[in-house]
Ligand binder design. Structure first.
Ligand code: SAJ
Length: 417
């Protein structure tokens, strides 16, 4: 493999999930030779057949065309490359302690094939100091090569953190248009990483060091979490004070320097509900507001369940229709979904029959038990006594107030006002 700048031709993407696959496909569409590496054989087979295992607008088109041209190929076995990108999950363990095992295992896959001149980029959202840890794991496995911590600019291997910041549902668009933070362990890694991202990023590539890049990504998501927590707290206050929270926020947002986000049934996904805990873990004594925001947002699903229970108590055995199970609008992703948590809690309480309307899935997760069925909008509207709005999918917004006039409606997304 070549060691000079402007020399990245072959890229290995480790992790072919919601971020890794779109990024790999986009790089392949720009003429790079991309090897996608994933531990899941069925993911690899799906991609090599030109198909996708996740729902993301236009991703199927880009994957099919780049697999057809041969620029994108998936495998379970690591191969040599000029640059290695790591886009694996960074969940937390019990007590909200970050779990870096997937990054560690990516390091153990990459280390044996590393060659002088290679670049390793961590894209996964990570606690401060993780890029240095990744470099240290690689250095431990390859004492024959030098790394930035020991050799600085002259290291054989360059390491950087370039956090992904794309919004599910807009991934292909935002991968190109968003600015990209390039957090290098030294200037040479910044230059090499910038060279790579310039192949597909139209936004600005902004240089910084790896630790600042790690904290910047966590800060963005903690900022959003805190803002939503404020909106969620307002929604509880408004319930007690008999005020429409949606009207309140839209009025306050008329002020030129106020921009409050929307309340909901809780904050889900694997980013905003997770990343702020990495900040808390790094300095628990200082991160008081970040922790409180997490606690406020995590408590919201319980408030929803309590409210549904109160309404259900008015019936002998009500039919409760939950509109939405995904973690947010217009996606199929049920992971870390407050809506799903609410549905699960409701079924466990045996309040009555539960109907779930989720147009983006074809079967309910097997974790749900009890009297619960996947339903169409029409059937749910015909049969429900209580309607609970949990996700503001576009198709739900078309339902008119008239269609629900005979029902008790609890709308946690402000879509049927
Ligand atoms: N939510 C609200 N009210 C709002 C906005 C969102 O309750 O006003 C809820 C959503 O329903 C969902 C959760 O918050 O349950 C998170 O959704 P989201 O759209 O805020 O964010 P994610 O998790 O899909 O993506 C975020 C994005 N970060 C920011 O906007 C700062 C994205 O740019 C990141 O790349 C992504 O996290 C990530 O991977 O970290």
């Amino acid at each position: 493999m070549s060691t000079e700048l402007n020399s990245i031709k072959r890229v290995a993407m480790v992790g072919l999930g919601y971020i890794g696959l779109p990024t790999a496909a986009l790089m392949a569409s720009r003429g790079l030779e991309v090897i996608g590496v994933d531990v899941n054989q069925s993911t690899v087979d799906t991609i090599n057949a030109g198909n996708v295992h996740i729902v993301e607008p236009d991703l199927d088109i880009v994957v099919r065309s780049t697999v057809t041209t041969g620029n994108l190929r998936a495998t379970t076995v690591m191969e040599k490359a000029d640059a290695f990108l790591v886009a694996v999950p960074t969940p937390f363990k019990d007590d909200h302690v970050p779990d870096l095992k997937y990054i560690e295992s990516a390091a153990s896959m990459i280390a044996p094939v590393l060659e002088k001149g290679n670049l390793v980029i961590l894209e996964s959202t990570s606690p401060v100091g993780t890029t240095e840890k990744l470099a240290a794991w690689l250095a431990d496995a390859r004492p024959d090569l030098t790394f930035p911590l020991q050799a600085g600019e002259n290291a054989d291997i360059q390491v950087a953190h370039c956090p992904e910041r794309v919004l599910p549902g807009y991934v292909l668009q935002e991968l190109v248009s968003n600015d990209r933070i390039i957090g290098g362990m030294g200037q040479k890694s910044i230059d090499k990483a910038t060279e790579l991202y310039k192949r597909f990023v139209k936004g600005e590539c902004i240089p910084t060091n790896a630790r600042t890049a790690e904290m910047a990504k966590l800060t963005e998501n903690a900022f959003r979490d805190t803002n939503i927590a404020f909106a969620n707290e307002l929604s509880l206050l408004c319930d007690r004070l008999d005020i429409d929270v949606w009207e309140l926020i839209s009025l306050a947002n008329r002020h030129p320097r106020v921009n409050i986000l929307q309340p909901g049934p809780g904050v889900g996904g694997h980013c905003i509900a997770v990343d702020p805990w990495f900040i808390v873990d790094s300095a628990p004594d200082l991160a008081r507001m970040v922790r409180t925001a997490r606690e406020v947002n995590d408590s919201k699903p319980h408030e929803v369940v309590k409210a549904v229970e109160e309404k259900a108590a008015k019936f002998k055995s009500p039919t409760i229709a939950c509109f939405g199970a995904a973690f947010k609008a217009n996606i199929d992703d049920l992971r870390e979904s407050p809506a799903l948590q609410i549905i699960s809690d409701l079924t466990e309480k045996n309040l009555g029959r539960i109907l779930v309307v989720e147009p983006n899935i074809s079967a309910l997760p097997s974790t749900l038990s009890g009297e619960v069925e996947l339903s169409s909008v029409e059937a749910a509207l015909a049969e429900a006594d209580i309607v609970v709005g949990l996700v503001d999918h576009d198709s739900f917004k078309q339902i008119s107030a008239k269609q629900m006039s005979s029902k008790i409606v609890l709308d946690y997304r402000g879509m049927w006002r």
